[in-house]
Ligand binder design. Structure first.
Ligand code: AMP
Ligand code: GLY
Length: 420
């Protein structure tokens, strides 16, 4: 039996901890720093790599990294040097996410389909390029900005404002020292995530996120307001295309450049005329995609994490998924992704049926109560025999949870239904 340390504090980490705790090989699951829903929380900051190393050594842990920041800071390289087992990509491999410019140039030189683009540090030149694309552009900060450094524009005013926000006003700090201006691709978006061991990539179940804050994909981008799995947007033919033209090609091209990718490789794809274009890479599981995907897993996730680290995925049995749909509704604090109230008591957990999971994100436990402690607060996740029944089960449960400034989208999964 081993101990596991999950690094992070979101809904994704709660879902991973929950799944890993079901493994017969796992003794204790620690979460650093965790949230109001995770057990055995360790109060170590995710960026305090020395303290995390020390904890993993002392407690004989196999470590799993949830979020991007410690990956970008080189946590996997550091643990590996110390002979500690850790699941996730190296700092070099994580550049796919930590520098959008690096990722775009990588795709360009390796012929991986993505929106056409240019890179700028001069706002005037950026504006000229945006004009040449009729201002149908997306403006992106180069560095990490919690999923918020991307502005989708529909006209000249929006494009010019976006360039100014990132490059001149520096709203995202140094992450916006350079920007990408790229062609806006109008199509259908989906998340394709694969588990990699440096040699092969096994696809996870398909999923679709809902990035905008309001119903019908209105309002600003967020970290994700809800997700479901599988998505009918990715049929078998398209899945094979994405696997070959994007995932396998990415892994192989990285290898050709001397970079081994282990961990979750996430391609955010836009599908236009049946062709997938990479909008972004993440070097980790998606949040909230992880919540419905995890609920559908019919295999011991711990075994596959070990195989990813050891490079033995090809020797593992084929993974299997519950033949059901899963839907996760994110309950947020009103005001997110801007400012929002915190420390509000949340009630209703006792009214949730046993087969529905309420994954915690921005919560904390205090005096036996659960308080809101972030923008995305909970992810109510339910299974159903059809997508429609999973949606209904998730919403019935979501309505039972209360706090003063609870906000959630009412249309999670609707895009999928319209496809069936
Ligand atoms: P990213 O973090 O790069 O995935 O961007 C966040 C969101 O912005 C994506 O999930 C899309 O909804 C949108 N987006 C990004 N790039 C494009 C693009 N080239 N065309 C249309 N939408 C985009
Ligand atoms: N849900 C999108 C992400 O994790 O980046």
């Amino acid at each position: 039996m081993v101990n596991v340390l999950v690094i992070g504090s979101g809904g994704r980490e709660h879902a991973l901890s929950w799944k890993l705790s079901q493994s017969s090989k796992v003794d204790k699951v620690f979460t650093a720093p965790g949230n109001g829903g995770t057990e055995n929380n360790i109060l170590i900051d995710i960026n305090d790599l020395n303290a995390l190393v020390e904890f993993a050594q002392k407690n004989n842990c196999f470590t799993i990294v949830g979020p991007e920041a410690p990956l970008a800071a080189g946590i996997v390289d550091k643990f590996t040097q110390m002979n500690l087992k850790i699941f996730g990509p190296s700092q070099k491999a994580a550049q796919l996410e930590s520098s959008k410019i690096w990722a775009k140039n990588f795709m360009k030189r390796n012929g991986i389909q993505t929106a056409k683009f240019e890179i700028f540090d001069d706002p005037k030149k950026a504006e000229e390029y945006a004009k040449s694309l009729d201002y149908n552009v997306v403006v992106k900060a180069d560095g990490l900005a919690s999923g918020k450094g991307v502005i989708v524009c529909n006209n000249a005013d929006e494009a010019i404002a976006a360039i100014n926000t990132i490059l001149v006003k520096k709203t995202f700090g140094d992450a916006g020292n350079r920007i990408i201006v790229e062609e806006r691709i109008d199509g259908i978006e989906a998340s394709y995530i694969a588990l990699c061991d440096g040699m092969i990539a096994i696809p996870m179940a398909s999923s679709q996120d809902h990035k905008r804050i309001f119903d019908d994909d209105k309002g600003p981008n967020t970290g994700g307001m809800g997700a479901y799995s599988p998505t009918p947007v990715i049929d078998d033919v398209l899945a094979e295309k994405i696997q070959n033209k994007i995932i396998n090609k990415t892994i192989q091209s990285l290898k050709n450049e001397g970079i081994i990718f282990k961990g979750f490789l996430y391609a955010g794809v836009m599908i236009r005329d049946n062709e997938p274009y990479v909008l972004e890479y993440n070097a980790r599981m998606g949040d909230p995609e992880c919540q419905p995907i995890t609920m559908r897993m019919d295999f011991d996730l711990y075994d596959y994490f070990v195989a990813s680290v050891d490079g033995t995925l090809s020797m593992m049995p084929k993974i299997t998924w519950k033949d059901q749909s899963a839907v996760c509704i994110v309950l947020a604090s009103e005001g997110y992704p801007e400012s929002y109230p915190q420390n509000e008591e949340i009630t209703g957990f006792d009214l949730i049926p046993k087969n529905v999971m309420v994954f915690h994100a921005g919560t904390k436990k205090q005096d036996g109560k659960i308080l809101s402690n972030g923008g995305r607060v909970l992810g109510v996740t339910a299974l159903g025999d059809t997508l429609a029944s999973a949606i209904s089960n998730a919403y019935i449960a979501a309505e039972k949870i209360s706090w003063s400034h609870k906000y959630y989208r009412k249309d999670i999964g609707k895009k999928g239904l319209s496809y069936l």
